[in-house]
Structure formats: C-alpha cells, structure tokens
Design a protein around this ligand. Structure first.
Ligand code: CMP
Length: 143
C-alpha cells in the first residue's frame, strides 16, 4: 500500500487546524498509520530539507520549521502521494485553489501550513527520518 509523509507545520498547529486537516484525509478515505506532535531538532530539519540547502531561503525554512511544534503523520492509500498533494494545493498559498488546504488556510509561501512528500522516493526517505517502523500500525485487511 502506498504511503506518504505529511506534516502540519508550526503555523498550522498554532492556527488550530490539525483536526480539520486530519479530517480531510480521513474523509477522503486514506488511513492514518502514524502520527506525533513533536518539536523538530535543527539537525533533523536540515536533513529533511536537504534538497533546498543551496536555496537563499534555506535558513529561514529551518528556523521556521523548528520554531514550534509540528504534527507529523504517515498516511496510506491508493495514490496517496499525488492525491495528498492535490488536496494540499500549490506550494505558494497565493496560487492554491480554494478548497485545497493551502488555498483555504495559507497566505504566504514560507508559512504554507502543510508539507507532503513529492515522490515515492521522498516518501520513503521522509517517513524514515521521522518515524521508526514500530511507530507505524498495520490494519487488519479482513475488517
Ligand atoms: P514544503 O512543501 O515544506 O517544501 C519546501 C518549502 O520551502 C516549501 O514547502 C515552502 O514552505 C518553502 N519555500 C519555498 N519557496 C520559498 C521562498 N521563496 N521563501 C521561503 N520559503 C519558501
């Protein structure tokens, strides 16, 4: 079953939209297989955003994601990686369609409410950075 890593960023946690976001993915039909409210150590933030290391906003990105608690999640389901990204909307909330998470709750690109893996390779890497295998559950297929 395809899995993805999703994370409500510090702005989303502060704005009290964890429940709303979880609810959207539940209602869509995806299954939550892991979740935790946590503060991200700087080293983990730098690893997670490693591909953006050379970007001018890298420092800002790391400062922001470590500025307060995040809600890290693993979800599974058919095409969950691409569908979750559609549900999140464009990276820059100003371009995100109404009805998407960033379109409904975000204003600026640096504070865009949620992160989601952009490919199967990123999903495996990001899930591995944030979760141990034993922190993920399995569902009984017969229920
Ligand atoms: P995310 O999906 O978490 O992955 C990389 C993040 O970089 C992205 O969301 C944005 O929040 C952030 N980002 C992209 N462009 C900029 C920018 N120009 N200034 C600040 N942050 C940015």
């Amino acid at each position: 079953m395809e899995k993805t890593f999703l994370m409500v960023k510090p702005d989303g946690v502060q704005r009290n939209v964890i429940g709303e976001i979880v609810s959207r993915f539940e209602r869509k039909g995806f299954q939550l297989v892991g979740a935790k409210l946590m503060s991200i150590p700087t080293e983990l933030a730098e690893q997670h955003y490693g591909e953006h290391k050379e970007r001018p906003f890298f420092g800002e990105l790391v400062d922001f994601i470590t500025s307060g608690p995040v809600f890290a999640m693993v979800w599974q389901g058919e095409n969950v990686i691409s569908t979750a990204r559609q549900m999140m909307g464009s990276t820059n909330p100003k371009d995100a369609a109404a009805g998407t998470i960033r379109g409904d709750f975000g204003l600026i690109v640096g504070k865009n409410i949620i992160h989601g893996s952009d490919s199967p390779e990123s999903a495996v890497r990001e899930i591995g950075l944030f979760f141990k295998n034993e922190e993920l559950v399995e569902y009984n297929k017969n229920i």
